[in-house]
Design a protein around this ligand. Structure first.
Ligand code: HAM
Length: 426
């Protein structure tokens, strides 16, 4: 028997409705903020990610699923040029698509969202998969601090729409490229004599991506780093001003957030505002989502010089915390139970009339007992059960049970469609 590969998941029919609820809420909220959907390919040139995320990023170093090209370039210098990659994230692809399709030509500000699979060759554990799904957005074309406020507020509103609570929003500013460079240099200087005490991963990070030492989860590293007493002192006046406006804007909208000067994010492209949304129920992999500004990436990939910001949630992680919080919801489904041969014939017509009226409905066509059929309706989380037997046929009626309220009554068969339609609207 074949089995799924480690770190992947079958999303079975029972779970798909939860995915669809999330997707529907996502589309509604994004459209409120005037974002439009974008769909980019799942494979890209691997070099796109090396360039965007940075050669020293963990994703590039260890986690990319690479597909060798048929005809390797004879003298490729850059690592990754000879390969495609299954996309590990969406931001780089969207910037590539923006530049390649000249999306900025018609409109000043481009606001897009996406939902789709991403791939990272990580060691699987709770909340960490090799194929997982991002639900995110990117806005290209502005450096305005109020855009940062919009994007963080949008993330907060999405979580509210998914009925998730108990999450924490933390924000920080990395400053511009120059600030980041100086900060990295100072940090390396301050950590040099502490190097032997850092964990093995951080000793590696010290060489390539020293900022990541700040958000290492190792107890020893946390203690060491605390001693450095990091603040936003490395920000130039413009970046400090930007961050102050973002904080003030979030405050004016009463968004519950905290500043965490140790939040750095693992990807090279980030500048200025970065943020992360965590949930304690997730355990070790506690980030529900994360994002930030990447004001240099469009230009670095060959496009114009413009500000950009975005974020992504991990859909599987949203579902992990959501399923713990929300019980089974009833679906807009009518379940028909027929008792006897005549009722089966009548049942065909009832189902047909419901479906013609766009009302989702089902039956099992088997001769189940009433009890067994009710159990099935319950398993399907049906909102209404319609029962038809000899008595009902004689009267031209059906028995209708509202599974949400438990109320049961007899109504005329020809009134069924109207009755259900109006109940759904209420
Ligand atoms: P990221 O932090 O690498 O950011 O991923 C965003 C979210 O994806 C994480 O917070 C987590 O919920 C989920 N995630 C990441 N890796 C896994 C995994 N192996 N299994 C399950 N879920 C996972 C980005 O990718 C950036 N592109 C976000 C962004 C958009 N920044 C600006 N624009």
């Amino acid at each position: 028997m074949f089995r799924k590969t480690p770190g992947t998941k079958d999303i079975l029919p029972d779970e798909v409705s939860c995915w669809q609820e999330i997707e529907e809420a996502t589309r509604n909220i994004f459209s409120l903020y005037n974002y439009r959907e974008i769909r980019t390919p799942i494979i890209e040139e691997a070099a796109l990610f090396n360039r965007s995320l940075g050669e020293s990023a963990e994703i590039v170093q260890k986690q990319m699923f690479l597909i060798k090209k048929d005809k390797p370039r004879p003298c490729a210098q850059e690592r990754g040029k000879d390969a495609y990659a299954l996309r590990p994230e969406g931001t780089a692809s969207i910037v590539r698509a923006y530049i390649e399709n000249n999306l900025g030509k018609a409109a000043g500000l481009i606001k897009v969202y996406y939902i789709g699979p991403m791939f990272r060759a990580e060691r699987p554990q709770k909340g960490r998969l090799r194929q997982f799904h991002h639900l995110g957005c990117e806005v290209l074309g502005s450096q305005a601090p109020n855009l940062d406020v919009e994007v963080i507020t949008l993330a907060d509103n999405l979580l509210k729409a998914y009925e998730i609570d108990g999450y924490k929003i933390t924000i920080n500013s990395l400053g511009c490229a120059k600030d980041k460079q100086e900060f990295t240099r100072d940090l390396r200087k301050n950590l040099t004599d502490k190097l032997p005490k850092l964990c093995a991963d951080c000793q590696e990070r010290f060489k390539g991506n020293v900022l990541r030492i700040l958000d290492c989860k190792n107890e020893g590293c946390i203690e060491l780093v605390k001693g450095l007493n990091i603040r936003q002192g490395h920000l130039c006046p413009e970046c400090k001003g930007h961050f102050d406006k973002v904080s003030a804007g979030l405050g004016s909208l009463k968004i519950d957030y905290a500043v965490n000067p140790y939040l750095v994010r693992g990807l090279d492209y980030y500048t200025r505002t970065v943020f992360e949304i965590i949930h304690n129920d997730l355990g070790a992999q506690n980030a529900l989502g994360a994002g930030g500004r990447y004001d240099n990436l469009v230009h670095d990939l060959g496009g114009p010089d413009l500000g950009a910001i975005g974020f992504a949630f991990g859909v599987e992680r949203l579902l992990l915390v959501r399923s713990q919080e929300s019980g089974v919801r009833s679906k807009k489904l009518v379940y028909l139970i027929t008792l006897g041969e005549e009722a089966k014939k009548e049942g065909l017509k009832i189902l047909d009339s419901l479906r013609k009226a766009q009302i989702s409905s089902d039956t099992d066509y088997e001769d189940k007992s009433l009890k067994g059929a009710m159990r099935r309706a319950n398993d399907l989380a049906a909102r209404f059960v319609v029962i038809i037997g000899e008595d009902e046929i004689k009267k031209g009626a059906v028995t209708l049970k509202d599974m949400a309220s438990g109320e049961q009554k007899e109504i005329k068969q020809e009134e069924l469609v109207n009755y259900v339609t109006h109940s759904y609207l209420r």
